[in-house]
Ligand binder design. Structure first.
Ligand code: PA5
Length: 430
């Protein structure tokens, strides 16, 4: 993974960057020394390097068992108990994964991430006549969306296969002792994976919360963890600011924020990264948006959104900066055909690879946005694979912790999410 801040130079000075070096390094140390706010939620900092082969084997064998039993594995969870798995699976899967036949691995479908009645109905219509298994994920074990979905899925599995066989088809990922999910799982004899106490939902993708669904979908979780472990090394406490990409990204974001850039747009030119941006939005939004502060994290899929939000980014209120998540090489080759008649006037790109045209759009967009007053941070990986996705995940987590401390908030709590629940439960007469 490479980070470039060259295209922010027009907007921030070397002095402004130098002035924040010590703050960024200090924030990094707070994460490692566990002396900052929210320090009881720092289990993710050394997580990649502490995952053992036994941990991987346990997750993989559970995934293999579910895969052997089911065409559809329903992964139930919301927020941090859902977004990471979705991000990794979608970035590694075919864009048309769910339409493919002759698959080697089950289709992972998600439930409990909304309370929409039609979604629920259509999910059960879709799995009708197909074999299913379920992974229910809830750290607190009390979140209403996954709890409702699980009640329905549990009934379906028990009614279809019987209560004994249901035990083989349901896996719970939850707190080691607290919460209704833990009680239900123990009472029913489900296999349980524990979410460590010191890892919050949005930092949990490299625990079984993310790893089990990713393994079910057929991807190499060992490589994912290895990529994250590499980034753990590259952003370690003893790596100085100038060589530490997490510190640099965190510092640049904070400088831009102080200069009025209140919105960060994570832009990709590859539709497989759409859900990675959704995960990133939760990570940064829930970690930094508090006490009346915080950069608002937004995302766009280019070139698609150049034909919609592109106008605003180029020309609207100048409160934006952009972080482009770039992939150097696609997996496959495809070129534009030559056409003798050239009625569409496209022969200027004939025989060019689609990727070359996409890359020209990427560079052209970046240059145009800089000219339009939008600073640009560039993060690139050579290709999409488990290793590089693992690197990105840990990079963004580490930078988020540093950035939150630099902003002066506790990046590891989320007091704001309770407000709607209070009203909802009152309306429902709980
Ligand atoms: O990051 C977080 O802590 C939240 O997004 C939670 O993951 C989300 O609310 C789901 O919580 P739980 O896993 O307890 O059901």
């Amino acid at each position: 993974m490479k980070l470039s801040i060259e295209n922010t130079r027009k907007f921030i000075t070397e002095n402004e960057l130098s002035a924040l070096k010590a703050d960024a390094e200090n924030s990094l140390k707070l994460l490692h020394n566990k002396t900052g706010s929210g320090n009881d939620f720092l289990g993710w900092v050394n997580l990649p390097s502490s995952i053992s082969q036994n941990d991987i084997d346990d997750i993989q064998s559970t995934a293999d068992k579910l895969a052997s039993l089911a065409e559809f594995v329903i992964v139930i969870g919301i927020g941090g108990s859902y977004l990471g798995a979705k991000a990794v699976i979608e970035s590694l899967s075919s864009n048309f994964n769910n339409l493919q036949t002759n698959r080697k691995h089950p289709i992972v479908i998600f439930a409990g991430q909304n309370m929409n009645e039609d979604y629920t109905y259509e999910l059960f219509e879709t799995i009708k006549g197909h074999s299913v298994a379920a992974v229910v994920i809830s750290k607190s074990g009390t979140t209403i969306e996954p709890a409702i979905a699980f009640r329905l899925v549990k009934n379906h599995i028990e009614n279809t296969y019987g209560i004994e066989a249901a035990k083989e088809r349901i896996v719970a990922i939850t707190d080691k002792a607290r919460g209704a999910m833990n009680t239900i799982a123990n009472k029913n004899g489900y296999k349980i994976f524990v979410i460590p106490d010191d890892i919050g939902g949005r930092f949990s993708v490299l625990t079984p919360v993310g790893l089990l669904p990713v393994a079910v979908a057929g991807f190499d979780i060992k490589k994912l963890v290895a990529g994250a472990a590499n980034m753990e090394n590259l952003t370690d406490a003893n790596i100085s600011f100038d060589n530490n990409p997490a510190c640099i990204y965190a510092a640049v974001r904070n400088i831009l924020y102080k200069k009025g850039k209140r919105v960060e747009i994570l832009a990709n030119f590859n539709p497989k990264l759409h859900s990675l941006a959704e995960w990133w939005k939760q990570l940064y939004g829930e970690s930094e948006g508090k006490n009346g502060k915080g950069i608002f994290p937004a995302s766009v899929d280019f070139t698609t959104d150049l034909h919609s939000l592109g106008q605003y980014i180029q020309d609207g209120e100048r409160m934006l900066f952009e972080t482009v998540l770039s992939v150097e090489s696609p997996k496959y080759k495809f070129t534009v055909p030559e056409d003798d008649e050239n009625t569409d006037g496209l022969n200027f790109v004939a025989n060019k690879r689609i990727n070359q045209i996409n890359k020209s759009a990427e560079l052209g967009t970046i240059l145009a946005h800089i000219d339009g007053g939008v600073p640009n941070i560039h993060i690139s990986i050579s290709e999409i694979n488990e290793y590089h996705i693992g690197e990105l995940i840990y990079f963004f987590e580490k930078a988020c912790g540093i950035s939150g401390y630099m902003l002066g908030v506790n990046p590891f709590n989320q007091p704001g999410v309770e407000a709607y629940k209070k009203n909802m439960f009152q309306l429902l007469g709980k």
